[in-house]
Design a binder for this molecule. Structure first.
Ligand code: PPS
Length: 574
């Protein structure tokens, strides 16, 4: 039998409120609405489905204070993370919020009405106190402290909710279970002892060994329960991770393990978060919970020191183990022993034994370079999934972003490179000459600073989308302003390569070769605000390459660019 939920009763508000669904929906038509943030949406989903039992809504001031100070609700029940609904002062005034008023909570993705909240109180939190007591520090290097100070609104609105509907998901639905569904699933499978494993990272052989070992020690089955709500900024996206977990599941003995996805918004709160995670898993029907090294750790603070000690989480949860009623399975880091081809927790490995490890940073380096990832570290099926979303540079897109005066020769270089890259093959090549963009994307824009910035922002957006799709993009606007170029770099770089190429032909060269007589028109005042004549050109200080067609042939310039692409691994086989 699964253990009883936290606080004794599973607060599945969907089941509780199903009988009045139509009534709530009707009432909601005349109520003010709050559109939830992504974090609030995750929190509401787990409040409504009972994952956060015994909560039935967002915390009022006394529960909030009690959780912040003592890790308990006012009724004495353990709860370590404040679950609050932050609202701005302007929304509170505009919507006329006050105790006993009712408010609809809406899904930010599709505007669906999810619940009705009855306001109990409205209070202003002391954010510094919350940061220090909950996260142990007021350092903005902690992602939740940063979020608290930069994103969380000034007021918290406390009150219970009545459920209208669960948020709609379109991804991996068959792996999404409510606590009641997962409990029923375990019952159906005759699982009486279930050890849950929390993760926000891809899983490899070490994790499979660790979970099987935990199950063996406790004679239990395994629930792989990864977070698919919000994790640490910079983590691998949940789509990739779930495909990894799906690839890993067949590596367990048939019937040993189940994959369930948890729509949790993590706080990276280390020890307090570990306690919260244990409570949540208890609600989902697990009897055991694995806490490993640096559980829910946010990394280092602004002084370069880890926010929490590697086993602080195990210590804190151990302190409450008697009243928690979910057994914590503490685990040391697992290391691979090549001599015996097995994984073992580091505290069990005899001194002097050779071990192997591949860190997250090293894994990312290998993925980036298309380098070998050994079978002792991960399974080929898992590596394949990771390689698909982290293709080596030879399969990634890139943008060559040219900047320079009109008639500097940038269009000639861009067109020649289009031919060279087409000859190379392997990618579709997109050419965004200034004139093409001006007619196809920016025909209504003029040449004011604002209009030029907007034009470059559009080029940045389109180039980023094409780069993301693996194309080679050659963009060649004048792009006279450094800020707009930097913004384009920032937009594109997150999806692939970016090279700023300054075509540094002297203005006299551009003018003397101007067959169309555009400069003449600018000099005579027929065209106004012309770059280099009566409008500025900010010389790049951050160019990746500077070329000069007045001194170099187009072929030489193209070759210089090709050599750079080869050096960085974007073209050619390694
Ligand atoms: S920008 O600043 O990057 O948005 O400029 P861009 O999109 O590259 O547009 C340059 C083309 O527009 C013609 N043109 C002007 N350029 C600069 N200043 C003014 N006032 C101006 N008016 C028109 C210019 O001849 C460029 O033409 P192409 O044929 O694209 O080189």
């Amino acid at each position: 039998m699964a253990h009883s939920p936290h606080g004794g009763v599973l607060k599945d508000l969907h089941i509780r409120d199903a009988y009045k669904h139509d009534e709530l929906l009707l009432e909601s038509e005349n109520l003010p609405s709050i559109v939830l943030t992504d974090r609030q949406l995750c929190d509401l989903e787990l409040i409504m489905n009972g994952g956060f039992s015994p909560l039935e809504g967002f915390m009022n001031q006394s529960d909030y204070q009690s959780v912040v100070n003592d890790l308990r609700l006012t009724n004495g029940c353990l709860f370590s993370i404040p679950i609050t609904l932050d609202v701005s002062e302007s929304d509170i005034n505009a919507l006329d919020f006050a105790p006993n008023k009712r408010v609809v909570l809406r899904d930010p993705r599709d505007d669906a009405k999810l619940a009705i909240l009855t306001i109990q109180d409205i209070y202003r939190p002391n954010k510094i106190e919350e940061a220090i007591k909950v996260f142990g520090d007021n350092d903005l290097a902690h992602p939740s402290v940063k979020y608290l100070h930069n994103n969380v609104k000034e007021y918290y609105v406390g009150g219970n909710v009545e459920a209208i509907q669960a948020p709609t998901h379109y991804d991996y639905i068959s792996h999404r279970f409510t606590p009641a569904e997962l409990r029923a699933h375990f019952k159906k499978l005759n699982w009486t002892r279930v050890v849950a494993f929390q993760t926000r990272n891809p899983m490899h052989r070490a994790h499979r060994e660790l979970t099987v070992r935990a199950a063996r020690i406790r004679q239990a089955n395994v629930l792989i329960h990864p977070v698919v709500g919000l994790t640490k900024p910079g983590d691998i996206d949940h789509y990739t991770r779930v495909r990894v977990y799906q690839a890993l599941m067949p590596k367990y003995p048939n019937g040993m393990a189940t994959l369930g996805l948890l729509p949790l918004a993590m706080r990276m709160g280390g020890p307090r978060e570990a306690l919260w995670h244990a409570i949540i898993r208890k609600n989902f029907g697990a009897t055991h919970f694995i806490i490993g090294r640096d559980h829910a750790g946010p990394g280092k603070n602004s002084k370069g020191v880890d926010f929490y000690g590697p086993y602080d989480a195990q210590v804190l949860v151990g302190k409450y183990k008697d009243e928690l009623q979910i057994e914590v399975v503490p685990f040391q880091m697992m290391s691979y022993i090549p001599d015996s081809d097995e994984y073992m927790p580091i505290d069990e490995i005899p001194k002097g034994t050779q071990t192997l490890n591949i860190s997250g940073t090293e894994l990312r380096r290998r993925l980036r370079g298309g380098l070998h990832i050994p079978g002792w570290f991960s399974y080929p099926e898992v590596v394949k999934v990771l390689q698909e979303t982290h293709p080596p540079r030879s399969k990634q897109g890139f943008t060559l972003f040219f900047t320079g005066y009109y008639n500097s020769g940038k269009d000639l270089i861009a067109k020649a490179l289009q031919v060279i890259l087409n000859q190379q093959g392997g990618r579709s090549v997109s050419l965004l000459l200034g004139e093409i963009v001006r007619s196809e994307l920016s025909s209504e824009l003029g040449f004011s600073r604002k209009a030029r910035d907007q034009n470059i922002a559009r080029i940045g957006f389109v180039s980023a989308e094409l780069t993301k799709a693996g194309a080679a993009v050659i963009a060649a606007p004048i792009a006279p302003f450094a800020d707009a170029r930097a913004h384009a770099r920032q937009t594109i770089e997150q999806y692939g390569g970016f090279y700023l190429i300054h075509v540094n032909s002297p203005l006299e060269y551009c003018i003397s070769n101007d067959r169309k007589g555009i400069y003449k028109k600018a000099q005579s005042g027929e065209i106004k605000g012309f770059t280099g004549v009566d409008d500025p050109y900010e010389i790049p200080t951050d160019a990746d390459i500077v070329v000069d067609p007045s001194e170099q042939s187009i072929s030489d310039i193209c070759h210089q660019i090709v050599l750079l692409l080869e050096k960085d691994g974007y073209i050619g086989e390694r």
